[in-house]
Each structure stands twice: as C-alpha cells, then as structure tokens.
Design a protein around this ligand. Structure first.
Ligand code: TPP
Ligand code: MG
Length: 635
C-alpha cells in the first residue's frame, strides 16, 4: 500500500519529481527486491544543468532521494556503462543517463541502439529544446523548416524500445510509468528515452504524492501455454539428433541450473552464442561450445546433422546461424523457447513463449522419460574432446609466426591465468577478438564472459568495464580492447580512476584492424585501408610506415598504471601484476596483425562485388557464389 492516498500533493519541479520517482522504483523476481535505478550517469550542459542537475544536487544535500551521480567523459560511453551494468545483473537493474541538449543527446544514439539490439534496459534522459519555444532557436537546436515539433532527439526514436517527450510537467506521470514498464519487461526491454525539454525540467507542479511512492515492478516468469508445450514436446520426442542453442535469454533468466540438469539428463548437446556462453560451463558433459560463423568444429558438425534445434533465449543472429547455413538438413525443425514472440517464431519454429527457466522446467517434466541414444552421447563427447584439443593447440605459446605473439597466445594466457577460484569477467565487443574468444574461451560461470556481439560496438569495452565493476565489485574485471576500439573510446579510464574502480585493461595493439583486414582479404579487397599507417607519397595510399603513436603512454596520461609487454612471457608477468594491483592497470601488448586465428568451420554472408576490374575480387566472388548455395530459408 502506498500510504499516500487521497489529495496529498508535493510541489516540486519536473526534474525534482523525476529524481524522487526514480529513487523509489524497485524490481522484483523470485522474491528478491532491488533498486531498479540505483543511480544516474551524466554530463551537464544547458538542457540539464539547471533542471536535472539541480534536482540531483538537492537530493544529495537534503537526502530526499538516494540517487548517486556519476560523471562520465562521453555520453556514448555512459550509456555503455549503464547497459553493461544491466547485463551483469540480468536486467533487473539499470542506470539513468542525463545529457544536455543537442550533441550530448545525439551522442547517446549509438549507446541506445546497442542496448535495444541486445535487449538490455537503459533509461535515457536527453535534455531537449524549450517546450515554450520562447527563445528559439536555442544553442544546439536543429531548425527543421518543415516540422515545428522535431528536435535532434527524434533520432533516438528508432533505437529506443520506448520514447516519449515530456512537454508539460504532468506528462511525466504516464511517461515515467510507461518507461518503468518497458525497462522491466523481459520481452520489450531496451533503451527507454524520456526527452526532457529544458524549461519543463525546471517548471514546478503539484505532484500527487502517490506518484512518488515506493513502487515494485514484478519481473514475470511467464509459463508456457499448455498446447504450445505439448507441440514442442511432441517434436522433441521424435528427435534423434537434437541440438540446444543457449542464448542470452538463458542467462538473463538465471536458468543455468535448469539448463545444465536438462542437458545432462536428456543428453541434448548445448551450443552457445556470445550472450549465452557460460550458462553451461565449458567442461560440462553436454557442452560443445560456440555455434556458427565463429563457432567450434564440434557445435557446427552437430548443427549440420541436427534434426531438431531447441533454441533457448536466442535471436538467431547471422553469426549464430552462419548466415543460415549451419543447420544443413532439409527437414530440420525448430522449437524456440523465448520470452519474445519475435524470436520464438523465427525459422518457422514451434514457438514456446515463456521465461527460459519456466520453459526448461516444463520441458524437463514432460520429457522425464526421454533421452538421446548412447551413440549420440558418445559422438557429442568425441566432438567436444576434439575441439578441446584444438583449443589447447591454438592457445599454446609459439604457435604464431611471430614475434610478435599471435592474439590467440595472449587470450590463452589470460584464460589460463584467470582459471582459478576467483570470479572474473572478460569484456569485449568488436574486432578480431570476439571471434577468437567465442571459439576458444573457457567460461566457468554465466558472468565470466561479457562480449557484446549484437551491435558489436567499437568503444564499448572500457566503458562497459565501469558498469560491470559497479555491478559486481568482487569480480576481477578484465577488459580486452583492440587498438582500433581503444582509439575510438578510451577516455572512461579517467572515470575509472576518479571513481576508484579497479579494472584490468589488456590493450591488444596490432597496428590496425586484424578483423576487417582479414575479412577484406577474404573478399578480394586486399586489406585496403585497414592498417594504421601514414600517407605514402609514392602510392598516394595509406600504406606508408608505422605511425609514431604510443597508446601505452596515452593510457598512462589518462591516469592508469601501465605495463608493457612484447612477448607472451612478458605478458604473463605483467598480467599477474595487473591482477594484483589496487588501481586500474593497462597491460599494453603488441600482437601480430595477421593472426593466426582459430580454424574456421562455417561461413558468413558478406556480399562481394558482382563485377570488378580486380582479379582478387573476381576470385572472391566465385567463392561467394558457392557459399550462397548452402544458404537456406528455414521455412
Ligand atoms: C563503432 C564501430 N565502427 C566500425 C566498426 C566496424 N569494425 C569492426 S571491427 C573493426 C576494427 C577493430 O579494430 P581493433 O579494435 O584494433 O581490433 P582488431 O580487428 O585489430 O582485432 C571495425 C572498424 C564497428 N564494429 N564499430
Ligand atoms: Mg587492432
């Protein structure tokens, strides 16, 4: 009960009411309540300094609302930090992000798209132009000659799971309630944007006290519909070569105990996506590792033979399905257990719209007398063992053509040096590391592996490190970042130092884009424009000498402790010291731009020019046409 019924009102500005409202929201699942919005990230400018800024100061000084403020260095990265926090706590909490109007607001577009693509909640509060338009055009206002009601914040609409603009104070009431509904809905969640015109933020209103009361948002564990369950069970009972695909939904639902038990008992092998890795530990008897374009030979071989695929919390991205080539049988059928109907119906599946844990419990009960045959269990184990031998060989020092060391040797060293009793989380998002990590990384628990590979955003890594450390202070947070990603967005190192958050950053410096370089070569484009080199006066291209750039010195200038390594032995030594350190420490390691990478067993659809003056492109196009032949619609 609210205890504040009737006509009681409180006179506050819109921003003061919003701050008090946010500090009173809770989420609940399985009987555990937690603050839904434990704090706010921001960067002030005109558009939020006086409204939201004043409200946060007043809250801090009076104690009328508990909403700690964190100052970021870039609006994109503050959204990443908030989103990484939400991912770490399985979407039961997130942060709010306040920005000024104009560039501060549009800097959040990439972060919003990342959150919505990954189905992760984050609350964005961009400042907006005057609702009264009294001073138009204000600094940083876009004037649209055809639409009087458009502002740059409308760029956040297509990347937001919910968008509203609060043009009058009282509109905050329905807008804020709708925002909380979407943030806490596992099927609908993503970036939620409440655009706040700067004059409205500062305007006073008599708020019903009940609006500001403590409010609990119950996160459902939706059970499957009986008829849908019966259809799914019938399909699975007929399967002889089933394969389970564990996606992010299996982790966010905290369904790992049910998943491990179900897989062990039925013998259905479990392949994973980036977001699902760790739901089943790498050495579980049913684990066959990553699926798809950067998958293991074991998982991909089983996918090729699978007659029924049981997707649990997966969106079936092109990397997971190897662009719809990895499931090769013409009669392959799908059962998709997912909270979102959007995903449940994919690939003409038998949809099982339910929470992953509730759905697995129901399947386990209905299939209690069923399991795969012994031959299949033996084949699964043999394939998994084969890939474990491959992993050992690929990560072994000295395998590369170096010096410098191959990236896989460095990743192998990190995995080896963190394979102890302590909880660690590795973070990555873009470049050649996600593919190598997905194939090779041995995750012991569902929070050991934090790779954002839905939006694959360069620059996510270090910012995400802050969010993960804030959500899980006892974990060793290891941020793996390429030189390209580092150059795009590394300034949150300053924030880590300011907040006293200790993260280890492994800066893998290979002088350019190993990922896109290799992709370019395979597509006949000869690594054009993928190396960090100077303009060459002889060729006119960017293929001159190496650049006099020192990223380790850059990291030191931002306040981190820095250790440099050029060999695997030096790296191991530096990494151990970084782990033991109290402060944020960057280990800079030089690696080979040309790999080698883990062996590939699947395809990825990236179109090649159909006509070309270049032999390399013509050859690549022939191969591309062959690859396309294996692509299937799954209807
Ligand atoms: C914001 C953003 N821009 C562009 C890309 C496309 N892209 C993917 S990987 C990559 C290069 C990454 O370079 P680096 O971080 O050094 O990693 P490496 O490929 O060398 O492993 C680029 C440009 C992206 N994923 N994100
Ligand atoms: Mg690089």
């Amino acid at each position: 009960m609210s205890g504040t019924t009737g006509d009681q009102t409180v006179r506050l500005t819109t921003a003061q009411a919003l701050v008090r409202f946010l500090a009173s929201q809770y989420s609940e699942r399985d009987g555990v309540e937690q603050r839904l919005i434990p704090g706010m990230w921001g960067i002030f400018g005109h558009g939020n300094v006086a409204g939201v800024g004043q409200a946060l100061l007043q809250a801090a000084r009076t104690g009328e609302a508990d909403l700690p403020y964190h100052l970021a260095r870039n609006e994109q990265s503050m959204v990443h930090a908030a989103t990484a926090y939400a991912k770490t706590v399985n979407r039961l909490q997130t942060y709010a992000c306040t920005s000024s109007i104009g560039p501060g607001a549009t800097n959040m577009v990439t972060g919003a798209a990342l959150a919505t693509t990954n189905r992760l909640p984050v609350l964005l509060l961009p400042g907006d132009v005057f609702a009264t338009r009294a001073a138009d055009p204000v600094l940083q206002q876009l004037e649209d000659p055809r639409n009087g009601d458009v502002s740059v914040n409308d760029a956040l609409r297509p990347v937001s799971a919910y968008f509203d603009r609060v043009d009058r104070p009282e509109q905050l009431i329905p807008a804020a309630l709708a925002a909380m509904r979407v943030l806490t809905d596992p099927a609908e969640t993503g970036a939620v944007t409440l655009a706040l015109p700067q004059d409205v933020q500062a305007e006073a209103y008599d708020w019903p006290a009940a609006f500001l009361r403590r409010r609990v948002w119950h996160v459902p564990r939706t059970a499957p519909e009986p008829a849908a369950l019966a259809r799914a069970v019938a399909l699975l009972r007929g399967a002889r070569r089933p394969l389970l695909v564990a996606g992010g939904g299996a982790v966010y639902s905290e369904a790992w105990a049910e998943l491990r038990a179900f897989a062990q008992r039925t013998g259905i092998p479990v392949a994973d996506t980036h977001a699902g890795k760790g739901a089943v530990p790498w050495d579980h008897p049913a684990a066959v590792g990553a699926l798809g374009a950067t998958g293991t030979a074991a998982a991909n071989a089983l996918a090729a033979e699978a007659d029924v695929v049981l997707g649990v919390g997966t969106r079936y991205s092109d990397f997971t399905t190897a662009s719809r080539t990895v499931f090769a049988r013409p009669d392959v059928a799908f059962v998709n257990l997912n909270v979102a109907r959007l995903d449940a119906v994919k690939h003409a599946a038998e949809p099982l719209v339910a929470d992953a844990r509730a759905g697995l419990e129901a399947l386990d009960a209905e299939l209690a007398d069923w399991q795969v045959d012994d031959d299949y269990r033996a084949r699964v184990r043999e394939l998994a063992d084969g890939w474990r031998r491959t992993t050992d060989a690929v990560c072994r020092p000295g395998r590369g053509h170096g010096p410098p060391p191959a990236q896989t040797e460095i990743l192998g060293a990190v995995n080896d040096l963190t394979d102890g009793p302590d909880d660690i989380t590795v973070i990555n998002a873009a470049g050649s590391m996600p593919g190598d990590l997905q194939a090779l990384w041995r995750a012991r628990d569902p929070k050991a592996y934090h790779v954002e590979y839905a939006y694959s955003t360069m620059g996510y890594e270090i910012a995400a490190g802050l969010g993960v450390k804030m959500a899980a202070p006892d974990r060793e947070v290891v941020v793996l970042v390429g030189d390209g990603s580092y150059l795009m967005l590394s300034q949150e190192i300053v924030t880590a130092v300011a907040e006293g958050l200790k993260i280890v950053v492994v800066l893998v410096d290979n002088g350019g884009f190993a990922s896109i370089g290799a992709l370019s070569e395979s597509l006949g484009s000869q690594r054009f424009g993928t190396r960090y080199a100077g303009r060459n006066p002889d060729t006119g291209e960017l293929d001159g000498g190496p650049l006099p750039v020192d990223l380790a010195a850059n990291a030191a200038s931002l306040g981190a402790d820095v250790l440099r390594a050029t060999t695997v032995a030096e790296f191991r030594d530096a990494f151990v010291r970084a782990k033991e350190a109290e402060r944020t420490t960057v280990v800079h390691v030089v690696t080979d731009l040309t790999g080698p990478n883990p062996p590939s067993s699947a395809w990825w659809d990236v179109p090649v020019s159909e006509v070309s003056e270049l032999d390399s492109t013509r050859r690549a196009y022939e191969e591309y046409r062959d690859g396309k032949r294996a692509q299937r619609p799954y209807l």
